[in-house]
Design a protein around this ligand. Structure first.
Ligand SMILES: Cc1ncc(C[n+]2csc(CCOP(=O)(O)OP(=O)(O)O)c2C)c(N)n1
Length: 337
């Protein structure tokens, strides 16, 4: 796989970068990072159970993409979705309660880490099935088109999902029917322990999308400003009725696939090289160079994020488990004679 070139990772400032907007992007990335770091602690304390897939290292994508879409646009995600959910605007309190399986969780504690869902912010999951969200996103986009809504659906998935038939069937229909959907492929180069280069004969993912007559391009997923700019361009075209777009955001997860994964398949030098491209210090450095941030400002952003997560954990811990009497609520069964 491609290894980033050594040396300091420098972001290019777009000429019109607004200081407050840059700081907002930084705040969102820090909030996501701190949320997940706290999840690691809670997992070690057995307060979070089951699977836990962390997004650490990939925060620039959720942050940049959500900054480029409207509140009324929809997002569909995967099991690595905490960052998407936070950036979409769901409260960290109700997300944390869901992580702990509590009734005040965003899915009433019935979903946990992989099944965050919130209709109010048009965040349509969290999905444990690789590529499972892609047909759903295309369905949402079809519904918007048929109902005449001027809305876009963003569908996040990993490069591993491009191996799945559901991806190919969905992107084909989206193209054929000219649907308002952004295929947001987060290429972190590994599908569990399987490197992209070992799984796919053609590793140029944009080329696959282009074969369905979908405009497709690749962007540096560690550069939040580049992510936002590319996504804005795509969303403008989609909203303009030009049909779907595919973007490959090149990224890397700094941690193992899940908490159960000993991570023996990645060269530690490769991991270390990608950590040099951490999107958070990269943006902080740029904002500092531009005079929009100093050490105190960064410390404040970090302290605010920590305080927010403290409140979220307190809320989650004090929320009850769903009462046993509710066990059969929302369970639909059909008895055939
Ligand atoms: C249909 C299906 N096949 C296999 C799995 C097991 N599985 C869970 S995560 C994963 C890796 C997917 O990698 P990718 O789509 O690149 O996303 P990433 O985990 O890298 O974010 C696999 C194969 C699954 N959940 N669903």
């Amino acid at each position: 796989m491609s290894r980033p070139s050594p040396g300091r990772f420098r972001l290019q400032a777009p000429p019109n970068l607004d200081a407050e907007h840059g700081l907002d992007l930084l705040r969102t990335m820090v909030r996501i990072r701190r949320f997940e770091e706290r999840c690691v602690e809670l997992y070690s304390a057995a307060k979070i159970r089951g699977f836990l897939h962390l997004y650490i290292g990939e925060e620039a994508i959720a942050t940049g993409v959500m900054a480029a879409i409207d509140l009324d646009d929809a997002a569909v995600s995967t099991y690595r979705e905490h960052g998407h959910a936070i950036a979409k605007g769901i409260g960290t309190d109700v997300i944390m309660a869901e992580m702990l399986g509590k009734v005040d969780g965003v899915s009433r504690g019935r979903g946990g880490s992989m099944h965050l869902f919130d209709a109010a912010t048009r965040f349509y999951g969290g999905n444990a099935i690789v590529a499972g969200g892609i047909p759903l996103a295309v369905g949402l986009a079809l519904a918007d088109k048929l109902q005449g809504h001027d809305r876009v659906t963003v569908c996040f998935f990993g490069e591993g999902a491009v191996d799945e038939g559901a991806f190919h069937e969905s992107i084909n229909l989206a193209s054929l029917w000219n649907l308002p959907v952004l295929f947001a492929c987060e290429n972190n180069h590994y599908s569990m322990g399987m490197a992209l280069t070992r799984a796919e004969a053609q590793t140029d993912l944009a080329l696959k999308a282009a074969s369905y007559a979908v405009p497709a391009w690749r962007v540096d997923g560690m550069d939040v400003l580049a992510v936002e700019e590319a996504t804005r361009k795509a969303v403008t075209a989609i909203r303009g009725g030009e049909g779907p777009v595919f973007i490959e955001y090149e990224t890397y997860r700094f941690r193992a696939h899940s908490m159960y994964d000993p991570d023996l398949y990645r060269d530690p030098d490769e991991v270390a090289a990608w950590k040099q491209r951490d999107p958070i210090p990269a943006l902080a450095s740029l904002l500092t160079e531009l005079g929009h941030l100093d050490e105190d400002g960064l410390a404040t952003i970090e302290a605010e994020a920590d305080a927010e997560i403290d409140v979220a954990v307190t809320f989650a811990e004090s929320s009850p488990l769903e009462p046993l009497d509710d066990l059969e609520r929302f369970v639909v069964s059909e008895v055939t004679p």
